[in-house]
Write a protein that binds this ligand. Sequence first.
Ligand code: SF4
Length: 411
Amino acid sequence: MKQPTFAIYTLGCKLNYSESSDLSRQLVNAGFSYAEHPDYIILNSCAVTAVAEKKARNLVAHLHREYPDSQIVVTGCYAALRPKEIQQWPGVVATFGNEDKMNVLPFLRGESLPTNPPFFPAFSSSDRTRSFLKIQDGCDYHCTYCTVWRARGESRSDNIEHVLHEIEQIHSMGIKEINLTGVNLGDFGRKNGTNFYELLQAIEKQDSGIRIRISSIEPNLLTDEIIALAAESRMIMPHFHIPLQSASDRVLGLMRRRYQRDLYAHKVAKIKELMPHACIAMDIIAGFPTETEEEFADGLEWLEALPISYLHVFTYSRRPNTIAAEMVGQIPSPVKKDRTNRLLALSEAKKHIFYNSHIGETRPVLLESESKNNWMFGFTDNYIKVRIPFDEGKINAIENIVLTEENLELS
Ligand code: SF4
């Protein structure tokens, strides 16, 4: 009998990548094989912005044109939010939201669909050097611009024992770095009577030697004890990704964020006091409804003085069924674009300063398989991208490299 074939496409966040990777392993273990022109195409979609949704629509249309006899299954946030719309698209045979994603395999086998536990773990393994390990899902914060909490459901987590088991498993595959991932990572364990700090302590005690990165963590959940633990740790990398979203306290209030900018500045100061070399990345939204030019300019000045390493800048995008989308005082597109560009310019400048301040230091670099024009690339412990001449034998090696003007990869 012919083996069924599949292909899987992923859009969006690291959580989606970890879940797609897990689903691929499940399908391969169940006897499916990968093919470019497959029987089944799975698209793990994203709905965080209007652009992400457009990408999903275009991709499905393109795949259906290229492979008209393939059956398409759409999963992920877009499928969770608007399944009926997607079910009308030519070629689509089924949709599964985030909580039912793991029903794709029984569906493809024509089996009855089980009821799933609220949390299912996942990790990515397509990359030889690093893995995204999902330890938490969902969010109870309900920020006024966000659709993710609707699409991903209530906050829930894995348990500490199982996370340690997954770390062992990833380590035994020869992968050198794990990125702990969740929708609201810092909320890990709250409903199981534990917390993120206790998880990190347990990981430290396990002492597997694998490099650990903490993906995005809300500033109010990044406690001083977590920062102190990271500073002492051999495994937790000096690298933080902390969303701010707005540098105006009034706008933060409208967004229903759970902190003001002083708290953010305190966290940055604490990190820099204990780990002056740490990389700190920030998420920020340009052009949230009612944001005035004065507020924006004041925020920009405040950001200039903050010792962060770079910014992920998002232009505010009006998402259906959110409070912010209905607010009076939407910002015109050209203004949003202008503010986005000013923040991007600031990010560029900060990244240069951060990179250049480490020239002359020797730092451990995990070398990856990506190669371009006979160069290979890797990241230092503090997330500086470095290039060296390509050497296949060095893929997945951690090398101590002296940072120079020539080997820093700023692009
Ligand atoms: S913290 Fe806010 S922005 Fe982040 S997922 Fe939760 S609701 Fe969305």
